[in-house]
Unconditional design. Sequence first.
Length: 316
Amino acid sequence: MKFAFLGLLLVSCFASAQEVTNAVPLHFEKDLIPEGIAVDLQNQKLFINSLRYDKIVRCNLDGSHPEDFIKSGEHGYLSGFGMTIMGDVLYALGNSLPKPKNESILLLLHIETGELINSYKLEEAGFAYLNDLAVSSKGNLYITDSESNKIYTVNPKKGELEVFYAHDELKHCNGIAISNDDKYLYFASYTSGLRVLDIASKTLVNQPNNFKGIDGLKFHQNSLVAIVNTKRDATQNGVYQFQLNQKLMEITGEEKIWNLRNESDIPTTFAINNGCMYFVADSQLDNLDQENIVIFDESKLENYTLVKVPLPKGKH
């Protein structure tokens, strides 16, 4: 009876968390197809980018005053991928979607004015997709390439992107996160699961695992929070929290902390601020032909919704 009661209590807590979610309707184009997201709490602004229109849009956190932050192709921007904010700078990755003559770019933009601070183009002979990024407290950047085994950084002296680390066990990395003490990087690899890299020694400190299907990834209170969106069994997709050991080097367990609204939803990346995560409920990515940049079925397009989820504290 004790175990049955505990199970009911956990289910009740999970259901309660679902009920207190804030869902805010967004009033951008229905065919925006957003991927990256960033939240500026100081100015109460939401930034999301567009896979289809090569731009970044902005609105208030209550969904009001939607506008273009940078217009299509401005500053050489491409289809939007990972974004994050550090201080008053928005870091935004972009890629050209068709594989022939692929290009990748990183923009640094002032979060209030949209003024270009810097831009970096990836000079690669092969096909690359700069997917997501993490920024340390000192401003060091780390960027995943979901088409290779490479992790990039910015060389400030040369003013260009360069390979920080490469390893076959980090092939096809998507999400990336960094520990609060700047010691470890965490990668969501399609081939080897959630991996941990010691930044100083450039050493992978944990073994391959089956924590896969992850898109967005963030470090939160000595744990990792992730959006899982590629499981064959769609009921297994959702928001997960992965517990870390005291040294923050090993994943010790996982817990699903949020169900998607609909099994067909595809949220991608997210932002964490003040103990809450923010993400677009459904990117509608499955309705985009990425080779030709056209919508498969415009009748199925819906308005976007910003979801705000309070996160449980990390625990060892």
